[in-house]
Design a protein around this ligand. Sequence first.
Ligand code: MSP
Length: 512
Amino acid sequence: MSRFYLTTAIDYANGDPHVGHAYERIGADAIARWRRLRGDDVQFLIGMDEHGQKVAQVAEAEGVTPQELTDRIAATFQATWDRLGITYDRFIRTTEAPHKAGVRALIERIYERNPDDFYEQAYEGWYCVGCEQFKRDTEIADGRCLIHTNRTLERKTERNWFFRLTRYTDFLRQLNRRPGFLEPETRRNEILALIESGLEDISVTRASLAWGIPWPRPLSTGETQATWVWFDALPNYLTATGFPEPGWETRWPAQLHIVGKDITRLHCAIWPAMLQSAGLPLPARVWAHGFALFKGEKVSKSSGVAFDLDAAIARHGSDALRYFLLREIPWDTDGSYTWERFDERYTADLADAFGNLASRVLAMLARYRGGVVPDAAETELDRSGADAVHRYGEAMDALLLHRGAAAAWDLVSAANVYVDRRAPWTQAKTGDAAGLDATLAALARTLERLAVLTWPFIPEAATKLWTGLGLGDAIPVAAAWERALAPQVAGLQTSRIPALFPKPETPAATPP
Ligand code: MSP
């Protein structure tokens, strides 16, 4: 069994989860489920980024301590991920004592191995609290950060500890050129261009920040500063393995970091340089997905309200939102979503195509064969099925989740066309028993395939379908891919199941 350590970015604990956060967690969960289907020993890490000025400011505005704020927000995030069926193995919070100890150990390790990598310097620059980063002139327009146009930049003049990132320029160039380290290609080109434009050393401590991990060494003035929040957050992937306590080496490095395209630089320049400086193994692969845009706009406080995550889950259920986001928004680039598209896809792809196929096949098996799947030779539908499984596997391995979903739903369409063309009701009426057996057996095998292929996207419905086929209460994950390749349902006693994606009697009103 190969180990597959998968992580997502950890979310800032300064507000409620929104669709952008959900998109990343759902996509990573589909990948975790896919790797489990392939038989990997998956460790799936998610969590919260709880320190820094942004969190401290919100706590102050709400009149609570930062710890009270992050306790509350972390609980809300976790409850949301549970509702969405996110199968994380570990939920890390950067305020946990072992994480704080791990960050300090990592910093000390850099001091020991490469003492020149940290140095003191007075610095003056524009700080964006939204990004928790100093911004270069090229990243500022009209006095505001390009990403957080609703926030004012803060001028900071202070003496800090610096990390000598520039020393790693060649190393980072080689690393990011390595095929497969950073994908998709567009993001890799961006990082390579950034490296060519010249990296700068980075300030890694903050003078005025009370809500952070104390930097393990004081400045020459005797002052102790807090660790810059990204220097505290990035190591979560490492500290979650137990670092520096014994055993971490068996769990590190990560096979895959999933992050948004706005934080690629942090993951493909700063993080690998920190690890290299500390003499630690590097993550194998970074995937930078695009943005989920509501009506073409970035999720903001206002669009977060317009496409409220709780309302979106309540509208058609968790499976429907998972499917919709992963099918509608390409995993390798930006994509837009609206309530109307959500309703359309729910009705067309889930209720009419998938749900209807499942219920009509199980109903015909019950009506014509007492629920027992006949044993009959392969048909052209099985060949379409084998082809879909193949295309699906290639897409999922390449992390093109939208294509994986499309391959599965192509098979749904092929099966619905097959039903109409074979007209099993006519075969039954005319006494074509062999023909009817062939039709029903091919359809049952296709449903078995579809239960496996759709499980990373719509796990609840896929499991109900699996059960309806008489295959058991849960999909036997590590053995299921074999069943997608070679379905084995002949002789099983199937049963009818309630509609997987019921259509509302009266469609819910569409929010603005
Ligand atoms: N705390 C940092 C990450 C630290 S990782 C060591 C952070 N947090 S965040 O809450 O702002 O974003 C968390 C993740 O959600 C990021 O990967 C970000 O790109 C992603 N998304 C936030 N909004 C998004 C969309 N609208 N669409 C898709 N993902 C986006 O950054």
